[in-house]
Design a protein around this ligand. Structure first.
Ligand code: ADP
Ligand code: ASP
Ligand code: MG
Length: 418
């Protein structure tokens, strides 16, 4: 039987009341079998990143940062489970014990590896709590360790899925018409160490599961009514896009509309599995449906904002042209330093890119580039992308801004500003 995949993100499980609300969402949706994917609670991934940072900076067990994560989860459990002997307490304690033991015995200097072993605990904890809570409230479910489902390479913090192995695992483990509950964002490498799929990667996990199971649909439950024509944190007067094509959604996610993780759409589009972006506050409302229909052109301009951009310009020292050979070398370096390129512009002797330094390697890259080229850069910029732009929408974005770079094609206008 064809199954539905429901994904709950950090905002939908940020405290005891929101965990209770999941029961409501599931009941409104008649969810009696299928797969639930959950990410870490609230801002716990950030809190665990802080644990990693302190652990590396001071080379000792970061007592306070660890305590914060532990207290947060324990408080939620205390609110959800009146019985202090409930098995959930032992289960989360085991995760904390393992985490502590890992940090006390770890010898690996590999930051990304250590990051994944620590940060992945957020999803383990959230799913243990959610699973026990649903069980306690009459919704039987099978908790599954995503490390036994999603197999990847060992590109820690941005692991690449081994599709054949993953497909085999998923088919074996998820075989009955029951509710299964697992973690988003995490998987395991060939040696069974934890990996993560890139920040905000739980949407992607839901898509991987849906793809491997030929699911009927995926719903991602958000704190917004669906996909809007702009991020409500940056724009007033947003409108809901009731239906968009995979292509539109993929473009939006790629340019930075954080409501959908960019890797989510491709597996779904390949198997024509519809994606619903829905509100966990009003689960009865239809939200946004993302499906086929390349001709679904939105009627309003769509605004996408990406902060923390760097504009880097690279030019030759001797006035020679920047040609294909240099450009391919530059891109090799971007890949090597895991720098994400968002916009490219080329002239005779200069090559400019708007980039993002997700892994903190920018200055290493600069040192390398400076041995051969002249470089200039500006930090702290914002990249605005307008899909289906018109004059009014461009004016709206450019008001009181200094433009550093601008690019326009048929459907999309991009501008890097301060
Ligand atoms: P999750 O809880 O699954 O992690 P996110 O917080 O990552 O969810 O995604 C929801 C957020 O995405 C919203 O609160 C909103 O601020 C932001 N967002 C960015 N662009 C859009 C958009 N075009 N439409 C709706 N929300 C958007
Ligand atoms: N918990 C992870 C993060 O915050 C994954 C996710 O939320 O999608 O990045
Ligand atoms: Mg998120």
């Amino acid at each position: 039987m064809s199954k539905r995949v429901f994904k709950f993100g950090g905002a939908s499980i940020k405290d005891a009341d929101s965990v209770r609300n999941i029961l409501h969402v599931l009941s409104v949706s008649n969810f009696t079998d299928g797969i639930i994917v959950a990410s870490a609670m609230g801002k716990m991934t950030n809190a665990l990143e802080e644990v990693v940072r302190q652990y590396f900076d001071h080379k000792i067990f970061p007592e306070d940062a660890f305590r914060q994560v532990k207290d947060f989860h324990t408080d939620i459990c205390t609110a959800l489970f009146p019985d202090t002997n409930h098995s959930v307490f032992d289960k989360i304690e085991t995760v904390f014990e393992d985490l502590k033991n890992f940090m006390q015995s770890n010898q690996s200097p590999n930051y990304n590896f250590v990051y994944d072993q620590i940060v992945s605990c957020g999803e383990m904890l959230s799913t243990i709590i959610l699973s026990e809570f649903l069980q306690e409230n009459g919704l039987e479910n099978i908790w599954v360790d995503a490390k036994n489902l999603i197999k990847t390479d060992n590109n820690y913090r941005d692991a690449n899925v081994d599709w054949a192995w993953t497909q085999k695992n998923i088919k074996e483990v998820i075989s009955e018409d029951k509710i299964y509950l697992t973690q988003g964002f995490i998987g395991s490498d060939p040696n069974h160490f934890s990996v993560t799929l890139g920040r905000e990667g739980s949407d992607y996990s839901a898509a991987i599961l849906a793809y491997c199971l030929n699911a009927e649909s995926v719903a991602i439950w958000k704190d917004v009514p669906g996909v809007l024509n702009a991020d409500p944190r940056h724009f007033e007067d947003t409108t809901l896009l009731q239906q968009i094509s995979y292509k539109e959604a993929i473009e939006m996610a790629f340019y930075g509309a954080s409501v959908i993780h960019p890797k989510t759409l491709q597996p779904l589009q390949n198997k024509r599995i519809p994606l619903y972006v829905k509100s966990f506050v009003n689960p009865g409302l239809p939200g946004t449906s993302v499906s086929g229909g390349a001709d679904l052109i939105p009627k309003t301009p769509i605004f996408i904002v990406k902060p923390n951009q760097i504009l880097l310009s690279v030019s030759s020292r001797d006035f020679s042209f920047i040609v294909e050979k240099n450009i391919s070398q530059l891109f090799e370096l971007f890949e090597q330093f895991r720098i994400k390129v968002n916009v490219i512009q080329n002239s005779a002797i200069s090559f400019s890119v708007c980039i993002e330094d997700k892994f903190g390697h920018f200055h290493q890259l600069l040192d390398k580039l400076n041995t051969k080229y002249k470089t200039t850069y500006n930090e702290g910029l914002t990249l605005y992308t307008i899909r289906h732009f018109n004059e009014e929408s461009i004016q709206k974005v450019l008001q009181n801004k200094t433009i550093f770079l601008q690019q326009i094609n048929r459907e999309t206008m991009q501008v890097v500003v301060k």
